[in-house]
Design a protein around this ligand. Structure first.
Ligand code: GLP
Length: 241
């Protein structure tokens, strides 16, 4: 694992955007695994800025997102579909027909998980996966558990995650209780992984996930076993190391 120490959120975002840009320049038809949450917003802003300057071209890129809330339609402004369009897809020249997310409205959980898994497989896998780290150590929506969930699955969100994510909703009651997410195997099969973490409140989790024991109680800790991971964290997030 390589660790890049960033000064602050902006610097973290620029460093991560540099790596994603390199991926797109080196392989214009790559498959990017994308993430939501507040951590990658600055990365998307930076990529958009470079795209507008004419330095980047996303026309051949395919994207697959990590996760989506179950029960939210694409039109819902809390859905990850909406988030991705607002922060990235609608601001660059990516082909909307080649941007994939789990279908939040799918009712048959098993069928949706199988569909999304098969689709990622058919694309040939993810070249570069962007990840944030949840407050409880989750990646995607892989919550702390007794065992690692391997494939795409439908998960019941923990109280901790509902609490952490309620800032995006009118109230905690409105946070969906379930989500579709790539599994740990799906994430680990990405050829390269880039993790962005910012802020003091993640510092303890950064220490646990990247320097503690590998355990399903800290899902992000599995990344220690991946052979091409770059952690880009700001000084606040690295302050407990
Ligand atoms: C959500 C997403 C994760 C994300 C996490 C952290 O739960 N499903 O993919 O990494 O939040 O979010 P933030 O970056 O806002 O702290």
């Amino acid at each position: 694992m390589r660790i890049y120490r960033a000064k602050d959120y902006r610097d973290m975002s620029r460093k991560a955007a540099n790596i994603l840009s390199a991926q797109v320049i080196m392989k214009p038809n790559c498959v990017l695994g994308l993430a939501t949450g507040s951590s990658p917003v600055g990365v998307y802003d930076q990529l958009v800025e470079w795209y507008k300057k004419g330095d980047l071209d996303f026309s051949e890129v395919t994207s697959v997102n990590l996760d989506e809330y179950k029960g939210l339609s694409p039109e819902s402004d809390q859905s990850y579909y909406y988030f991705m369009h607002k922060h990235f897809f609608d601001r660059v020249n990516i082909n909307p027909g080649k941007t994939y997310l789990p279908d939040g409205l799918a009712l048959d959980e098993a069928a949706e998980c199988a569909r999304y898994s098969a689709m990622i497989h058919e694309l040939g896998g993810v070249d570069m996966q962007l990840l944030g780290l949840g407050h409880n150590g989750h990646i995607g929506f892989n919550e702390p558990d007794e065992a690692f969930e391997k494939d795409v699955h439908c998960v019941s969100l923990t109280e901790r995650t509902i609490e952490a994510n309620k800032r995006f909703f009118a109230s905690a009651e409105e946070v969906p209780r379930k989500a579709y997410t790539m599994g740990i195997k799906t994430i680990m099969q990405a050829k390269k992984v880039v993790v962005v973490v910012s802020g003091e409140e993640k510092a303890e989790m950064v220490k646990k996930a990247f320097f503690g024991p590998v355990t399903p109680h800290v899902p992000g800790s599995i990344l220690q076993m991946h052979n091409d991971v770059i952690l880009i964290a700001d000084e606040a997030a690295l302050s407990r190391l």
